[in-house]
Design a protein around this ligand. Structure first.
Ligand code: DQA
Length: 144
């Protein structure tokens, strides 16, 4: 099992960016935790971050040829705006789990609608950095 984690725009600023909402852990710390949990579960993990919609779409398209068996995606702001990322998820066969650090259902009205969630296998939202770990554990159950 080989899982790709994609962090969307502004998540490179985690730790400094609105820490009362997104926590004090840096992206690097979260990626290390994902890596360690992956080792424990026997899952190979790769983590990437991009502020660019097209780059995220390219990574989704290329995931199969790069032998990924599942994708954990935090589309960040693109969750609420990107028909193109939704279409890319729908176009690939690899299962995608959408994750959010914050609980988007309890936030601003415009954040409560996810354009991407309906084409994902499921969504994990509101558990801070643990959302990513729950997604990894979920892939362990689903793909075993
Ligand atoms: C987020 C929630 C989004 O609404 C926001 O634009 C983000 C982060 C989250 O992880 O809680 O950038 O995806």
């Amino acid at each position: 099992m080989k899982i790709l984690t994609i962090h969307g725009p502004n998540l490179n600023l985690l730790g400094q960016r609105e820490p009362e909402i997104y926590g004090r852990q840096s992206l690097n710390m979260i990626d290390n935790e994902i890596g360690r949990r992956g080792e424990r579960l026997g899952i190979a993990t790769v983590c990437r971050q991009s502020n660019h919609e097209g780059e995220i779409i390219d990574w989704l398209h290329q995931a199969a040829e790069n032998d990924f068996t599942g994708i954990i995606l935090n589309p960040a702001g693109f969750t609420h705006t990107s028909v193109a990322i939704r279409d890319a998820i729908a176009a690939i066969e690899i299962p995608v789990i959408e994750v959010h650090l914050s609980n988007i259902s309890s936030r601003d009205d415009f954040r409560q609608k996810s354009l991407t969630a309906a084409v994902c296998r499921g969504t994990i939202s509101g558990f801070g950095a643990a959302s990513y770990l729950v997604a990894l554990e979920t892939f362990k159950i689903l793909l075993n």
